[in-house]
Design a protein around this ligand. Sequence first.
Ligand code: HEC
Ligand code: CU
Length: 394
Amino acid sequence: MQFGLFKSIFNPSHDAAKPVNGFATEENPLLNVLAQLNVGSILATVRPFLAQLPDSFWMPSQASSKAAEVDTVFYVIYWISVFFFAIIVGLMALFIVRYRSRRQGERAPDSPNHSLALEITWTAIPVIISIAIFVLGFQSFMNIATPPRNSYEILVTGQKWQWFFEYPNGFVTSELHVPEDQPVKLTMTSEDVIHSLWIPAFRVKKDVVPGRYTRTWFEAQEPGTYPLLCTEYCGTGHSDMLSVVTVHKSGTFEQWLEESANIYDTIPPAEAGELLVQRSGCVQCHSLDGSPNIGPTFVDLYGYEQQLTDGRVVIADENYIRTSILEPMTDLVAGYEPVMPTYAGKLKDKEITYIISYLKSASDRGPSEEESAEAETEDPAAQDPDAASATEEE
Ligand code: HEC
Ligand SMILES: [Cu+2]
């Protein structure tokens, strides 16, 4: 059956029981065909995003207060369309058969003259239906467009190719966190091109436009984690512009916010830095295991010579890394595209210091060989030693 098939493709727990080639099941011949087409890797990529889909064939689960309303409008229009499609195509097929030409050279009889009553009927009924659809759609549109006054406000920035969410206390994350059962208003803008924020489980979708603010709101109803994505093509990395929204149980959100805003101060700087590069989206372009990516790997970066596009060779010291993060276009590393976004205003000075500590710990020219690395730099910048010692103390 359709539903069963759909679930066994997309529901990890279902297919984990009897895996063949990773995802097919023995009793399902279609899945075995799919396995042979080797779509397994594609499915593995999309599965985390579709795993939230168990509730209905067409729609992800309804996890916000607006979801049911949006789905109602969708299904009303859907079933009206199904009804008229069936009538029109059904009658058409019937007439084609019923009134086909049976003998050679047979002429069609004259059509009946027009019928005023019939024409008024088939004009009036669709007009009434269209107005009903408009009223229904307009009401729920206004509902979605108007955040309640007591909404909790989160500022959203879209940037090639990630999201930033800033909470009232100034804490910034690349994944959205919201409280359960409380209206949340998103005030959104873009640093570069048009993006669009989409949270399917909440039925929320709104363009994010440079140079202006757009807003949307929702009230999450189920604690859990749901996909959040960009749904406006915005360049090479568009399909990587993925994130998630985590809904915290009522009462636990404030605590989460306070703890996460302070966590970097309570753990060793290098660990704080590692958390930061993961949470700030650096890992989308920089690997932590030495493998090449859109940007250079973070392994053995600190303390090593960097060949720049303008021909200079510099040592990656604290100031070089700081500049790379705040003004990525200043020192471009040879062999890479200039696609790194600036983190000015996104990362605090202290956070950059933690990231530098992490880069040191990931390099075999880290803290211990720091002095020799510095001796090699001919840079007379006066604050250089200060920056280095500040990093060590924290
Ligand atoms: C969209 C992809 C992208 C993201 C996200 C990104 N970077 Fe980069 N980064 C690059 C590219 C490409 C380069 C090489 C070109 C250049 O120097 O700008 C680079 C260069 C660097 C360099 C210099 C590397 C070297 O070998 O000299 C550092 C340091 C750096 N990035 C740190 C970061 C940090 C820290 C973050 C997260 C806060 C980050 N980057 C996020 C793409 C990215
Ligand atoms: Cu985008």
